[in-house]
Structure formats: structure tokens, C-alpha cells
Design a protein around this ligand. Structure first.
Ligand code: BGC
Length: 508
């Protein structure tokens, strides 16, 4: 496929966004206020990047337009609507961002954000062609699945590099931050262990999929995704970075695991959970290999990197992307009884739960495993800082989901005080990590607007803007006003008292 088929749409989005995307590397030193006051913009360095985030499938729609081919998510949601949200939702139309992108860029300008994180839809750039790979957030051409089983096959690594190169070549003069792959750890778990994301592969006791092996396939998939990242990063470093001057990173889904009790076994279980998640994702691109602990548990089932691959993988990222939503308890399964699906090597013999002695770790949200635990932000950043010698970090996603209950009035959704409290508290926690030396350079709210939330469909709303599903109007929620004010360093005079009191609520 010729590059000239790249839709005008993307040129506009990238061109418009590059005017708001600013480097953040050498900001002033942070000035942190006492946490009795609500957190404000000037609590962060002046060059710190504040943004909002989305992804292609979750907002674009236009799933059959301008020569785009079908993606894995298009096919999954059409063939298994019951897996794609209660109402058989899908991203065919999503937020219609493909047509309304100019409006959405105006929203970004009016918020005052300095950066916009989004993904480029691989199937839109390289539609019906030999298998190609991309810089990717969940969706890719279904052809790659049908041809050879996508991420289960090493062929996907090279196809990924081809798409990544297409992006570097065509957009690299304007894009200075590249994320190769979003959350390979979550894709491995949800698509190949639990089987709830396409291609829906799993085995008992994880679910009733037609095919799959939940105990080993996630390991192969992760291995291919990591190598795909490593190869794309090498190419970028050698051929594009010298003239384009950008940087390349990898993003992982980062829970903070806390031991459910003080026992040695539970503390070890929590450490193991961190290693089987964070270490699994970032040890290879930073140290060149999987964590030793994973090798001890998995033995030969954990794939091996050749010496050449280890050299390629090592230091293959310029920054670490942290998607952080929640802390959660970890409980040991080696010595106490756990559910059948937790008591397995693929889980590191750890059960995770949001509840201890009948008390939740934090306020629930509408996502099953996400609780409001602001301290988790500081804890996860400190963990990553220590483990990876303070490699530059970006918080690439953080956000609060409220339910889209049928009979809730729009006014109630718009009056999202809880979302403001969430961001205030998580930002205060982040500020504390930065003040103690963590090299965090930016923060992206998930999400700019309500969108298609994968297996939850449209029933879960993460947005700063409400999207009317009939008219596709975007209406700023109170949180959008708050973020706008925060970025201008305004005080919160016109916001509800509860927001002023959030520091007390979270005891920060
Ligand atoms: C993903 C997003 C998703 C968000 C909320 C992250 O795992 O990158 O695509 O919408 O979490 O669940």
C-alpha cells in the first residue's frame, strides 16, 4: 500500500496537535505547596506536560471509510456483540471523531492542555496489504489474525516494524514522542489468558474459549510484543532519531499491588505481583532480559531472548509510560487457598482483590478492578523509579470512570465532582513523588472524552467531556472546567466545596 493513501484526517490531527505538543525536558524545579491546599498547576515544573489521552478505536468510528480495512476489534465486536458491552456496543461510530476531529482539537485548545496522546489506527494507514505492523493501541488489521494468528507468531514483530517505520517516515518530523505499544501486559492477559479481548483465546479455568492456552500463550504474545518494540526502537534510534530528534517509549498497565496482610508470604506475593507485571514489561527493554524471579517460576516456558536480542532490547526505551488507575491487594496462593485461576504460575501464584476484611481498598468506580487509592500513584512511581534507576517517566493514563446508568440525568453526569476529587488527589500524590526526586515529565488524563470502553462498551464514562450518543455533541463536564482552570493555575473558587476539601478527604 502506498503511503499516499494515508488519510488527510491524520495529517490534520498531527499537524494541529504538533502545535500544542511541547517538549518538557528541562522544566523549572518543582515548587510544592503544603498539601492542605488543593494541588495547583504551579506545583509542577513549568515544562511538565499536561495532556489528555484517547485511542483510535475508542473514539474514531468511520470503521469502513476511506479504504480502511477491518480490524481485530471490528471483527470481534461484530461476531461477538455480547462481549463488547452490555448493549452489543462497538466502535463502528464511537465518538465520530474521524469527522469531528476539528471540534475535538478545539476542545483541547479550550482546555489548555499542552499535549494530546492518541493512537494511529494501523488498519487506516496500511489497509489491505501484506501483514504490516504499527505503533499500536489494541486494534490492528484482522488480516494479520487470519493469516498467521497475529501476536502469537514472530512474523508480527516484523510487520509491526514495517508499520512503525511508515509512521516514523511520514510523521516523525512532527511527532517527538513515540510509544511503540500500549499495555502489552494487559493485551496478553485480556486477549490470551482471560480471552475477553480479541482474538478471545483462553483455556479452563479462565473461560470457555474455543481455543487457547491461558498458562503459556500470554508469555509468547508478550515476548513477540516486546521484541516488536525492541526492533522498532532500534530502527528509530538508528535511522530516524538522529535527524528527527524524538524519543521512543513503551507503556504498561501498572497496578500498584499492596500485600493484603503483613505476613511475609503476602508481602512476597505483592512483590511477585509487581515483578510479574512491571518487571515483565520493563525489565527486557531496560535490562535486556526477563526478571530472574519469573524464570524461577516459569522455567523453560518463559521464552528466551538470544544474546543478540538481549543486546537489542537493553536500553531500548527513552521513557517509561505508566498507565495507573488503582492500587489493589495481593494475596499469597503458595500457602493459602485461592481461586483456581489465581493459583497458577501465570499469575505468580497471587490472588488480587480489592477487599480486605469486608472493607474496600478505596472507593469503587465503574471498572471492576479500579478503586480510588491516590497513594498508589506515589507508590507506583517510586517503585518504577527505584527499579529502573529513575529512567524518565510519563503518566500516560490516569482517570476515573463513572457509570453510564440509563436513567441518570445528563446534569448529574456533567456534575462530576468525584472525577475532580480523583484527579486532585492523584496529582497531589504524583507531586509528592516528584518532589522526592522522581523524574516524571508529564501526565495524561484518560480521557479527553467519553468513549468506547472495550469490553464495557459505552456503559463506562472516563471523559472530561460528555459525548451525547445521539448527536455526538461534546459537552464539557465540571472536570473539564476544573482541568482548564488547573492548567491556568486558577484557584478553584467556582467549584464545589467538596473539591476544596479533597486534600482532607484523602488525608494528603
Ligand atoms: C487502556 C485504555 C482504556 C483505559 C481504561 C487502559 O488500560 O489503555 O484503552 O480505555 O485503560 O480502562
Amino acid at each position: 500500500m502506498e503511503v499516499n493513501s494515508i488519510p488527510i484526517y491524520l495529517f490534520f490531527v498531527i499537524f494541529s496537535c504538533s502545535t500544542i505538543l511541547e517538549a518538557s525536558i528541562n522544566g523549572d524545579e518543582p515548587r510544592f505547596s503544603q498539601q492542605q491546599q488543593p494541588i495547583i498547576r504551579s506545583d509542577f515544573p513549568s515544562g511538565f506536560l499536561f495532556g489528555a489521552a484517547t485511542s483510535a478505536y475508542q473514539i474514531e468510528g468511520a470503521y469502513l471509510e476511506d479504504g480502511k480495512s477491518l480490524t481485530n476489534w471490528d471483527c470481534f465486536c461484530h461476531s461477538k456483540p455480547e462481549e463488547c458491552g452490555e448493549n452489543g456496543d462497538n466502535g463502528d461510530v464511537a465518538d465520530d471523531h474521524y469527522h469531528l476531529f476539528m471540534k475535538d482539537i478545539e476542545l483541547m485548545h479550550s482546555l489548555g492542555i499542552k499535549a494530546y496522546r492518541f493512537s494511529i489506527s494501523w488498519a487506516r494507514i496500511l489497509p489491505r496489504i501484506e501483514p504490516f505492523v504499527t505503533i499500536h493501541h489494541e486494534d490492528f488489521p484482522q488480516e494479520l489474525e487470519d493469516k498467521y494468528g497475529s501476536w502469537l507468531d514472530p512474523q508480527m514483530q516484523d510487520d509491526f516494524v514495517h508499520f512503525a517505520e511508515t509512521c516514523f517516515k511520514n510523521f516523525g518530523d512532527r511527532v517527538k514522542y513515540w510509544i511503540t505499544i500500549n499495555e502489552p501486559n494487559l493485551v496478553s492477559e485480556f486477549a490470551y489468558e482471560k480471552g475477553v479481548y480479541p482474538p478471545g483465546r483462553c483455556s479452563q479455568p479462565f473461560g470457555n474459549c474455543l481455543a487457547g492456552n491461558s498458562d503459556v500463550e500470554p508469555l509468547f504474545v508478550m515476548h513477540n510484543m516486546l521484541l516488536a518494540h525492541g526492533k522498532a526502537a532500534k530502527l528509530y534510534r538508528e535511522q530516524y532519531q538522529p535527524k528527527q530528534g524524538g524519543s521512543v517509549g513503551l507503556v504498561a498497565h501498572c497496578f500498584m499491588y499492596e500485600p493484603i496482610t503483613d505476613s511475609e508470604l503476602d508481602r512476597k506475593a505483592a512483590e511477585r505481583a509487581m515483578i510479574f507485571n512491571i518487571g515483565w514489561s520493563f525489565d527486557p527493554p531496560i535490562f535486556g532480559d526477563y526478571p530472574q524471579e519469573m524464570r524461577e517460576y516459569h522455567g523453560n516456558e518463559l521464552p528466551r531472548f538470544t544474546q543478540e536480542e538481549k543486546d537489542m532490547m537493553k536500553n531500548s526505551i527513552d521513557f517509561i509510560g505508566i498507565n495507573h488507575y488503582s492500587a489493589i491487594y495481593a494475596k499469597d496462593c503458595t500457602n493459602s487457598s485461592c481461586s483456581e485461576s489465581a493459583n497458577r504460575v501465570i499469575k505468580g501464584f497471587v490472588e488480587i482483590t480489592g477487599e480486605r476484611d469486608g472493607v474496600l481498598i478505596g472507593d469503587p468506580t465503574s471498572m471492576p478492578r479500579f478503586f480510588v487509592v491516590p497513594r498508589g500513584m506515589e507508590e507506583i512511581v517510586n517503585y518504577v523509579k527505584t527499579r529502573y534507576n529513575n529512567t524518565p517517566m510519563f503518566v500516560t493514563e490516569n482517570g476515573y470512570s463513572s457509570p453510564n446508568v440509563q436513567d441518570v440525568q445528563v446534569e448529574e453526569i456533567l456534575n462530576d465532582v468525584k472525577r475532580i476529587e480523583f484527579h486532585q488527589a492523584y496529582l497531589a500524590s504524583l507531586a509528592s513523588a516528584i518532589t522526592n526526586g522522581a523524574d516524571v515529565r508529564g501526565y495524561f488524563v484518560w480521557s479527553l472524552m467519553d468513549n468506547y470502553e472495550w469490553a464495557q462498551g459505552y456503559n463506562v464514562r472516563f471523559g472530561l467531556h460528555y459525548v451525547d450518543r445521539q448527536t455526538f455533541d461534546r459537552i464539557p463536564k465540571l472536570s473539564a472546567r476544573w482541568y482548564q482552570g488547573f492548567l491556568k493555575n486558577n484557584s478553584l473558587i467556582d467549584l464545589p466545596e467538596s473539591v476544596h476539601q479533597q486534600a482532607d478527604i484523602y488525608n494528603l
